[in-house]
Write a protein that binds this ligand. Structure first.
Ligand SMILES: NC(=O)c1ccc[n+]([C@@H]2O[C@H](COP(=O)([O-])OP(=O)(O)OC[C@H]3O[C@@H](n4cnc5c(N)ncnc54)[C@H](OP(=O)(O)O)[C@@H]3O)[C@@H](O)[C@H]2O)c1
Length: 294
């Protein structure tokens, strides 16, 4: 019998890629994706029954309220799923490897090039809930926190990734401003989940960063995407975060992923390189129905 890996948030962007890519990256594992239809992770009794049904040998916990705006609107809801459900699940998983997906938004963005030992200082509710959840997860010395960067890809519901957000805005005739002075290390979902699978089956505890190896401004990311998606041309405009009126935004969330990179069999891609090379084998990495996950 194969060992069982349980993926929460399987109807989301990254959980979806993890499940779809499993036969390629972890063929010796039986991978089961959990969606909200099977279990509401904020309901402890449901979660307990679900745990007993699956009895997994490994958990990758992706379920979350991942939209920063929704977390600001409803901090209690954000805390329930992002912190309390994570704490309960980590407790059920106390005897098995557990990888919790966290975020670059645990940092305030003042420094950039963040490493795992840098002090956290979130500027928003989403980041605060992730910091609290990280602390709960790390109470178990066998468990892992993986902070991931802005992730590009196609979600099962077509409305989760930042690329899908941009395409939807363009379709509505909106022209979002992309800041030339706000930086990220974007990552394609296909490469991210390959890294997550390679990492998870090694059962390594502690904190890890995974981002693309290129630090790009939001505007640079938009320009690169506009070269790939003609419908974005003319629908984005550059701006400075200095002119932005609204809640505080972390300016530079670039992360160093050397610690994770040392464990992987492949080089984490840069976003520019991945977009450029992506078409070389004729597989469209944005095609959700594609059998080949990049
Ligand atoms: N995507 C990124 O760029 C990015 C960057 C940094 C960190 N992360 C983190 O990586 C993880 C995965 O992100 P993602 O982009 O895949 O998120 P996502 O697309 O929003 O997926 C999250 C999933 O969690 C599910 N969920 C929420 N509450 C639940 C509940 N009470 N019970 C069961 N399922 C529930 C959602 O179900 P519904 O669809 O029914 O709501 C959704 O399918 C998250 O922890 C996120 O914070 C993501």
């Amino acid at each position: 019998m194969k060992p069982v890996a349980l993926i929460t948030g399987a109807a989301g962007l990254i959980g979806g890629y993890l499940v779809r890519s499993a036969s390629r990256w972890v063929p010796d594992w039986e991978v089961r994706g959990l969606t909200r239809t099977e279990v509401d992770l904020t309901d402890r009794a449901q979660m307990q029954r679900c745990w007993e049904r699956h009895r997994p040998d490994l958990v990758i916990h992706c379920a979350a309220l991942s939209r920063t705006g929704l977390c600001e609107q409803d901090p209690a809801r954000a805390r329930l799923i992002n912190v309390e459900a994570t704490r309960s699940l980590a407790d059920l998983a106390r005897d098995v490897p557990f990888a919790f997906l966290s975020t670059d938004q645990v940092f305030d963005g003042a420094k950039g090039h963040y490493v795992e030992t840098d002090a956290v200082h979130p500027l928003n509710v989403y980041g605060q809930t992730k910091v609290e959840a990280e602390q709960a997860v790390l109470e178990n010395p066998a468990h892992a926190v993986v902070r991931i960067a802005l992730t590009a890809g196609t979600s099962p519901t077509r409305d989760r990734s930042f690329v899908e957000d941009m395409l939807r805005a363009a379709a509505k005739g909106m022209t979002p401003t992309l800041f030339t002075d706000e930086f990220r290390c974007p990552m394609p979902a296909g490469a991210l989940v390959r890294a997550l699978w390679e990492f998870a089956v090694q059962r390594r505890p502690g904190v890890y960063h995974v981002g693309g190896h290129e630090r790009l401004s939001r505007w640079e990311i938009g320009e690169l995407l506009a070269a790939r998606f003609p419908e974005l041309r003319g629908s984005i405009r550059p701006g400075s975060v200095a002119d932005y009126q609204g809640p505080p935004r972390p300016p530079d969330l670039s992360m160093r992923s050397d610690k994770m990179q040392a464990l992987l069999s492949f080089r984490l891609p840069g976003f520019r390189q991945w977009l450029t090379d992506g078409s070389s084998d004729g597989v469209d990495p944005w095609d959700y129905s594609s059998e080949v996950i990049r």
